[in-house]
Design a protein around this ligand. Structure first.
Ligand code: ATP
Ligand code: AMP
Ligand code: MG
Length: 196
């Protein structure tokens, strides 16, 4: 399989509560000021629209509890939708390397999703397990899973291995941005540098 498209799709990923959406929303504005415009697409938003319209869930945090086959069906439809947006402009996708489900870690970018998106860059947002644990606890806008520090650590490490496998298959480069506690602007600056 050879990925040949000229469209530019960048994947931003990191485990729940690490701060992807917060950092990205700022980074997109600064990148635009510096002359590089991206459309920001949240993969979870697109999946939620589909899942909600099919009466499967009422809240975005219920999706990862659906049976894996249903999640994969919605995921595939969402990937096609995002891919169709990319013919016109550069896109940044806010998503996950893997999703922690009751049945195990589900790949966020299995082969059929990589084939649709053809990402050129994968950027991992990371923080310490302690920081992630606290951010999840503080954030009342979401129904985040309560997880031990050990489990958060495992998920973040596992994502690095899986990102490597996506890189091998797609040719996408992999980078990492650290989102330190109270240092959102530093993370935004580091991310913008990778987007220019
Ligand atoms: P999800 O994958 O579940 O969508 P996310 O990675 O997009 O999560 P956010 O929703 O952006 O995470 O952030 C989670 C919480 O952490 C928010 O309340 C946000 O304000 C806070 N936060 C993000 N970055 C930092 C930081 N550097 N320092 C302190 N708090 C932060
Ligand atoms: P988020 O707001 O990024 O946490 O996304 C909401 C939910 O969407 C996640 O908890 C997952 O259930 C789902 N989701 C997001 N990206 C993907 C993906 N690439 N593959 C499968 N599910 C995803
Ligand atoms: Mg988010």
């Amino acid at each position: 399989m050879i990925f040949t498209s000229s469209k530019d799709i960048i994947v931003i990923a990191g485990i729940p509560g690490v701060g992807k959406t917060t950092v990205l929303e700022e980074a997109i504005k600064i990148a635009k000021e510096k002359g590089k415009e991206y459309k920001l697409v949240n993969f979870g938003d697109i999946m939620f629209e589909i899942a909600k319209s099919e009466g499967l869930v009422n809240h975005r945090d219920e999706m990862r509890k659906l049976d894996p086959k249903t999640q994969k069906d919605i995921q595939r439809t969402a990937a096609k939708k995002i891919s169709s947006m990319a013919s016109e402009r550069n896109i940044i996708v806010d998503t996950h390397i893997t999703i922690k489900t009751p049945r195990g870690y589900l790949p966020g970018l299995p082969l059929w999703v990589l084939e649709e998106l053809e990402p050129t860059q994968i950027i991992l947002i990371e923080a310490t397990p302690e920081e992630i644990y606290t951010r999840r606890k503080r954030d009342e806008t979401r129904n985040r899973d309560i997880e031990s520090l050990e489990s958060i650590h495992f998920h973040q490490s596992y994502n690095r291995y899986v990102a490597a496998s996506y890189s091998m298959v797609s040719g996408a480069t992999v980078n990492r941005v650290i989102n330190r506690e109270g240092k959102i602007l530093q993370a935004v600056r580091d991310l913008v540098e990778l987007l220019m």
